[in-house]
Design a protein around this ligand. Structure first.
Ligand code: AMP
Ligand code: TRP
Length: 331
């Protein structure tokens, strides 16, 4: 039986350095380490529309994200890349998952609570039931491992609960998935407000580095990142969240430990540190951008997405058949 590692990213805006370090770069690393697994990665467009998206922009974002997945260096040999809405079983199982999810479980989700607080009116019911759809994405393929940033841990816990609940009610059906959270980079914070995670949807973009930002913009954003007045470089997330966040970025790209970074900058100030960091980030992202240009608009990308859709659908269809039979729906 094929073993799957599965993950998804929403095509809302341009992916950020947070998505890159917390998710994309980690996928590439895991792919090298777990060669006997097939990687199922998708563009979560059904999740994206739980909040209104301009249709033209959404199309563009889907295309950008598809090209960015590949630009990060994923090995296409054991990769199935697809667009969520093109495999209709996600929504079908999503509905079934909703029918075994309790309201209380959804009300407890911090991501939902945060969004609700920010947006008092016009929250869609799909935003509320989003975690049930996410559970369906994962359980549909019996994925064993799900690499995500740590903001998704709660959703994954719910997925595990739903898998167990379904198995108890209807008989052993789903693999209970396990999260894979990278040690470093699982939570990159906003450069202007390091108590908030770096996210695509913030209106103010100064604290957020996008993967398609030109080098000059990246340098500027890092240079103006908020720090503190102590002017000493060491890791202390509580008292020095700004510098600690920059050290996390530094460390995730170079693989140097915090201690090694502290030693390297023992006698230096924030200015030098930021300057070096800017060059490190620019170099890393420039590589991705060069590859992005090659993939974007290429025939290969179209073909990969087509094959991905067919292959994912094949697994999804056969799983759905079994699920419906167990539940007793259909004639
Ligand atoms: P999203 O953009 O919300 O669809 O997230 C896609 C993936 O990127 C998920 O695995 C998230 O956990 C991860 N991610 C998003 N923002 C960050 C961040 N600031 N730091 C680390 N990982 C992140
Ligand atoms: N909810 C995830 C996010 O916002 C994206 C996502 C949707 C996902 N379905 C998934 C991640 C399944 C992992 C597995 O980041």
């Amino acid at each position: 039986m094929i073993k799957f590692v599965l993950s998804g990213i929403k095509p809302t805006g341009i992916p950020t350095l947070g998505n890159y370090l917390g998710a994309l770069k980690n996928f590439v690393k895991l792919q090298n380490e777990m060669q006997d697994y097939e990687f199922l990665l998708f563009i979560a467009d059904m999740h994206a529309i739980t909040v209104y998206q301009d249709p033209k922009e959404l199309k563009q974002n889907i295309k950008n994200l598809a090209a960015l997945y590949l630009a990060c260096g994923l090995n296409t040999d054991n990769l199935t890349l697809f667009v969520q809405s093109e495999v209709k079983e996600h929504v079908e199982l999503g509905y079934i998952m909703q029918s075994i999810t309790y309201m209380g479980e959804l009300e407890r989700m911090t991501q939902y609570k945060d969004k609700k607080q920010k947006q008092a009116h016009g929250i869609s019911s799909a935003l509320f039931t989003y975690p049930s759809l996410m559970a369906a994405d994962i359980l549909l393929y019996d994925a064993k491992y799900v690499p995500v940033g740590d903001d998704q841990m709660q959703h994954l816990e719910l997925t595990r609960d739903l898998a167990n609940r379904f198995n108890n009610r209807y008989g052993e059906t789903f693999t209970v998935p396990e999260p894979l959270v990278s040690k470093k980079g699982s939570r990159i914070m906003d450069l202007q407000d390091p108590t908030k995670k770096m996210a695509k949807s913030e209106e103010e973009n100064k604290g957020c580095i996008f993967l398609l930002d030109p080098p000059s913009v990246i340098r500027k954003k890092i240079k103006s990142a908020v720090t503190d007045s102590e002017a000493k470089i060491y890791y202390d997330k509580e008292n020095k969240p700004g510098i600690s966040n920059l050290m996390t970025i530094y460390s995730s790209i170079t693989d140097l430990s915090y201690e090694e970074i502290e030693n390297k900058y023992k006698d230096k100030g924030y200015g030098d540190f930021k300057k070096d960091l800017a060059e490190i980030v620019v170099e890393e992202i420039s590589k991705v951008q060069k590859e992005f240009e090659k993939w974007y608009d290429s025939k290969e990308l179209k073909q990969i997405l087509y094959e991905g859709k067919c292959r994912a659908s094949m697994f999804a269809r056969s799983k759905m058949k079994k699920i419906k039979k167990l539940i007793g729906i259909g004639y």
